[in-house]
Design a protein around this ligand. Structure first.
Ligand code: NAD
Length: 484
């Protein structure tokens, strides 16, 4: 069985420990590789190697650092089809979605290339008699990047290009469920001319993360994953004196106003709920409608959903791939069973879906449940599957109350033709990313990726914008006097 390799000091290396995690092809339900948890020594060596490379890298002019990133962009562009195949096999998402994952990663390289402008400092001449004062932004050292399974390429790239452009080193710890796309990309970093050691890859799960978070030479941690883990990493990382940004779980509400243009937006809506099999932190999860437009919206939404094709990600025409693991599939099915018992009406039942060609695959068809109660578990917890819960409200104020009643605050969308209600929505909804007639409110790389309440811990968000400059650099103030 193939063992996923680490990448340390410019070389692929076999791990020391015996493997303890399985990597699946979820579309076939078969094991394709295994992952060994890196030992504390392996993690410490990776951090030491990155720090050594970073000391030299920090002295490379920022304009030259960016040139290396451009080379990486070109290589990833050329290799996109090959990377996408690996992502689809290890994750299950469709080839088109895998390419989207890589395109979004590349956009972050482009956004990071503005580092020369964005990291400029500021100064005052003669702030006091014959005294000049200057603020410069300096790199911090080595950052740990710990990513989830659902976007194996894009999410590490929410951080890596910025950390590098600004003069830092990085140790990546990908999800043990989808480690193979990033394993492949490590060789491309070397080919692009990124110095050996500067970006390291260590594999594993909880233990490996703990070694990174406890390592005193790690200056900061960029984490994305579920809320329980994000909270713990934020707590432990900051207690160990590190800066931490931690993206977490989500429950995203989609409000369809009576004046919404449903015909032109229904494809956008189904894409939000069922794209990436609902395993997206920006996926629509709860469809909020008014009594007056309930039947109209559901008719159109159900019909468009019935047309979606569930299947193997590499097969042409597939819209929805499998879920990541059998255990997760069972969990999502249990949520549907429980909601049904609580009185919800399953108007489209994905539990009935069978894949004749790959009967062992972890498939669930798109599911729509009407009449979900506000207090139901299915409305309270993240489901992370192709499931839409429908909640009916009387008016806009009640809709806002339902949406803001969630403990999460990642994204939220309104479909409307009214500028007034769109503005009110932006003002009143407590979520980090707001869509107006956009089902997946994913900011492009030049903007920070928002998140509030139990969906984000920290203050500086992932991706581009000012947040990444502040997260990956520190300020240093120089006060000088020159006399004759
Ligand atoms: P996860 O929390 O299980 O794993 C995330 C990372 O943490 C992995 O690298 C994993 O190895 C590590 N990890 C897992 N358990 C750990 C523990 N006990 N201690 C230390 N490290 C641990 O998340 P997942 O299932 O891979 O990803 C899905 C979750 O990520 C969903 O909740 C989703 O909403 C969230 N997510 C959030 C965003 C965002 O931007 N807010 C983006 C993508 C995914």
């Amino acid at each position: 069985m193939r063992i996923v390799r680490n990448f340390v000091n410019g070389e692929y290396v076999e791990p020391i420990n015996a493997p303890s995690y399985d990597v699946y092809d979820p579309g076939k339900g078969s094991i394709i590789a295994r992952v060994s948890p890196a030992t504390r020594d392996e993690v410490n060596q990776a951090v030491d190697g990155s720090l050594e490379a970073q000391q030299k890298w920090a002295r490379v002019p920022v304009t030259d650092r960016i040139k290396v990133l451009f080379k990486l962009e070109n290589i990833m562009q050329e290799e996109m089809d090959e990377i996408a195949k690996v992502t689809t096999v290890e994750h299950g998402k469709t080839l088109r979605e895998s390419k989207g994952d890589i395109v979004r990663a590349i956009q972050n390289i482009e956004a990071a290339s503005g580092a020369t402008y964005h990291s400029m400092g500021r100064s005052n001449r003669n702030i006091s008699e014959e005294i000049d004062e200057e603020l410069i932004r300096v790199p911090l050292g080595v950052f740990a990047v710990i990513s989830p399974f659902n976007f194996p390429v894009m999410i590490p790239f929410w951080f890596v290009p910025y950390a590098l452009a600004l003069g830092n080193g990085v140790v990546i710890k990908p999800s043990e469920k989808t480690p193979m796309s990033i394993e492949m990309i490590m060789g491309m970093l070397k080919k692009a001319g990124i110095p050996d050691g500067l970006v390291q890859l260590v594999n594993g799960g909880r233990e490996t993360v703990e070694y990174l978070v406890e390592n005193s030479k790690v200056a900061g941690v960029s984490f994305v994953g579920s809320t329980g883990v994000a909270k713990m990493i934020y707590r432990n990382g900051t207690a160990n004196g590190k800066r931490v940004q931690a993206g977490a779980s989500a429950k995203n509400y989609v409000l369809v106003m009576p004046d919404a243009d449903i015909e032109n937006n229904v494809g956008n809506m189904t894409g939000s709920f069922f794209g990436n099999a609902g395993e997206r932190c920006l996926a629509g999860s709860v469809l909020v409608v008014f009594r007056e437009n309930h039947d109209r919206v559901l008719k159109s939404f159900s019909k468009a959903t019935e047309d979606l094709k569930v299947g193997y990600g590499l097969e042409e025409g597939t819209d929805i791939g499998p879920l990541i693991r059998k255990g997760h599939l069972m969990k999502v099915k249990n949520h549907i069973d429980e909601a049904e018992k609580d009185g919800a009406k399953v108007i489209l039942d994905g539990r009935k879906y069978r894949n004749e060609k790959y009967p062992e695959g972890f498939y669930l068809g798109p599911t729509i449940m009407d009449g979900v109660e506000i207090d139901a578990n299915v409305n309270r917890e993240e489901i992370f599957g192709p499931v839409a819960s429908v909640i009916t409200v009387n008016d806009f104020d009640q809709a806002i109350e339902v949406i803001n009643g969630s403990k999460f605050g990642n994204a939220s969308t309104i479909y409307t033709r009214s500028g007034h209600y769109a503005r009110e929505y932006v003002q009143r909804v407590n979520a980090g990313n707001i869509g107006i007639n956009i089902g997946v409110a994913a900011p492009v790389a030049y903007y920070p990726f928002g998140g509030r309440k139990e969906s984000f811990f920290g203050d500086l968000h992932p991706q581009g914008g000012e947040d990444h400059i502040l997260f990956f650099t520190d300020s240093k103030v120089v006060i000088s006097r020159w006399t004759k």
